[in-house]
Design a protein around this ligand. Structure first.
Ligand SMILES: NC(=O)c1ccc[n+]([C@@H]2O[C@H](COP(=O)([O-])OP(=O)(O)OC[C@H]3O[C@@H](n4cnc5c(N)ncnc54)[C@H](OP(=O)(O)O)[C@@H]3O)[C@@H](O)[C@H]2O)c1
Length: 238
């Protein structure tokens, strides 16, 4: 079964590609740069996913070789600024990559899923969808991912195509650690608020993606899975 993973060059996306490949899926990754450690059978293509023409052309090329069972919309950027300093262009860029790109990919891949009578879409949202200081563009677009996922779930349910969102908490990818170095007091304070008292690992998100892609996960759709060491549970529990 073939699965497309966007933003698969590093971090969580790279781990998703690796894990699905080890589980015998036929994986295809896309990002602007390719990882240097691709294994045999891990297919990868470079493309700027905000370039609609280039993305559509690549997807049509890939689809000419066969349809996809799964789509994992994972590519992301992290614009950060206080409300007063948030640039309209940062909001547009975040909406472009976090909402328009998944829409384009889904529109291209869904006909094949319909033809096969089954499909799986997993969209990466974030804990920030619930609110995070200095993240207007990021949090708004990631909240949009949840709305998009629930709406697609309803539209695609009769076609046996499930759509779910995953909302990670702090995960120790290079991108996250660059913005939040582990020894920084703010990062230490953040980790102290996580009930399991540590950051998450990319493997733990990849495992959830694999679970939602599984053929036996066909009754799970329209859901948002918070994977955050209990962080979002604390709002009700403390
Ligand atoms: N890490 C966390 O703590 C955390 C928390 C909550 C949610 N998430 C979500 O989890 C997902 C993965 O996060 P991560 O930390 O693994 O991020 P990451 O390491 O920064 O990876 C982002 C991926 O997106 C790709 N990308 C960015 N812009 C692109 C573009 N225009 N065209 C094609 N590819 C593009 C990057 O590759 P290139 O630069 O090579 O293009 C990279 O492969 C994201 O959706 C993020 O919002 C992460």
């Amino acid at each position: 079964m073939r699965v497309l993973v966007t933003g698969a060059s590093k971090g969580i996306g790279r781990e998703i590609l690796r894990q699905l490949h080890s589980e015998r899926y036929r994986v295809v990754g896309i990002a602007r740069s390719a990882p240097l450690d691709l294994a045999d059978g891990e297919e990868f293509h470079t493309c700027d996913l905000t370039d609609h023409d280039a993305t559509r052309a690549l997807l049509k090329e890939l689809l000419a070789e066969g349809d996809f069972y799964g789509l994992v919309n994972n590519a992301a950027i992290y614009p950060a600024a206080a409300l007063e300093n948030t640039r309209f262009d940062d909001v547009r860029d975040a909406v472009e990559l976090h909402l328009i790109t998944p829409l384009l990919c889904a529109q291209e891949l869904i006909p094949g899923m319909r033809a096969h009578g089954a499909g799986r879409i997993v969209n990466l949202s974030s804990r920030a969808a619930l609110g995070k200081t200095h993240r207007s563009a990021y949090s708004a677009s990631k909240a949009g991912v949840i709305g998009l996922s629930r709406t697609w779930a309803l539209e695609l349910a009769p076609a046996n195509i499930t759509v779910n969102a995953i909302a990670p908490g702090p995960i120790d990818t290079a991108s996250f650690l660059a913005a939040s170095p582990p020894e920084h007091p703010d990062t230490r304070a953040l980790v102290a608020t996580i009930p399991v008292q540590r950051m998450g690992h990319p493997e733990e998100i990849a495992h959830a993606v694999s679970f939602l892609l599984h053929p036996r996960a066909g009754f799970i759709t329209g859901q948002t899975l918070h994977i955050d060491g209990g962080l979002t549970a604390t709002t009700a529990g403390r």
